[in-house]
Design a protein around this ligand. Structure first.
Ligand SMILES: [Zn+2]
Length: 243
């Protein structure tokens, strides 16, 4: 992991997420597919999830470190914005754009802004705007940075479904993805007998929901498991896409 002011080798992919464990749940298989192929992947979390009903921030930070190691991340950062009060404001857009310019990823992943959790909505909208901002030479020069707009940007599925633009085959890494999610042990442990984890925001246990969902999307592409991604507008194709 890097501290904010280290000189950082560019990443192949950067994942923006609202809370620790979001990246693991929604795109952990895609991350593992990339890191297994030797690609440098980083995750930038906007909050530490300190308002979560289960666990506390210190426990979650230690769990996050274990999960990052399982995913094989080259870098993980946290903007330390207030959990459950994340706002898509100009400061968040600037912060995200600065990290995009510093980390120079070829691919940006961020939450689809249609979601039941307001923090996911805020992170998703801010990331869309930051992607555009990071490519503005005049803005970047004012920040002492070189402009960089990742050539590809995809959105990840949170609590609500969308029609995917593509599904990543995660069959070979699915168990490791679940291990990364299990590293957040406090999130899978009821705080008392009344806490069954069922509410409208996130009905049922996270591990089960993620497992079932990945099997469903995998089935759509003839794979055991898969993760859905949304691309804003048509994906360009050339002869290589047709095999
Ligand atoms: Zn979340």
């Amino acid at each position: 992991m890097s501290t904010p002011h280290d000189a950082i080798e560019p990443l192949h992919a950067l994942v923006v997420a609202a809370h620790p464990d979001d990246a693991e749940a929604w795109i952990g298989g895609t991350i593992l597919t990339l890191t297994s192929a030797g690609k440098r992947v980083g995750v930038l979390d906007c909050t530490r999830g300190e308002m979560g009903t289960r666990g506390d921030a210190a426990t979650r930070a230690a769990e996050c470190e274990r999960a990052s190691a399982i995913l094989g991340l080259a870098w993980r950062g946290n903007l330390e914005r207030p959990d459950a009060r994340l706002l898509d404001d100009d400061a968040l857009r600037d912060d995200l754009a600065r990290w995009i310019c510093r980390l120079r990823p070829a691919v940006l992943f961020s939450p689809h802004p249609r979601d039941r959790h307001p923090d996911h909505v805020a992170a998703g909208l801010a990331a869309r705007a930051a992607w555009q901002r990071a490519g503005l030479a005049r803005w970047a020069a004012g920040e002492g940075l070189a402009a960089h707009r990742p050539p590809r940007r995809f959105e990840t599925m949170g609590h609500l479904p969308f029609e995917p633009s593509l599904v990543v085959d995660t069959t070979d890494v699915h168990e490791r993805k679940l291990d990364a999610l299990r590293a957040y042990a406090s999130q899978h442990t009821p705080r008392d007998p009344s806490d069954d984890g069922r509410h409208q925001l996130a009905p049922g246990g996270l591990l089960d929901r993620v497992d079932v969902r990945d099997r469903w999307f995998g089935g759509l592409i003839g794979a055991r498991t898969g993760e859905p991604l949304f691309h804003d507008g048509p994906l360009p194709a050339d002869a290589s896409w047709f095999g």
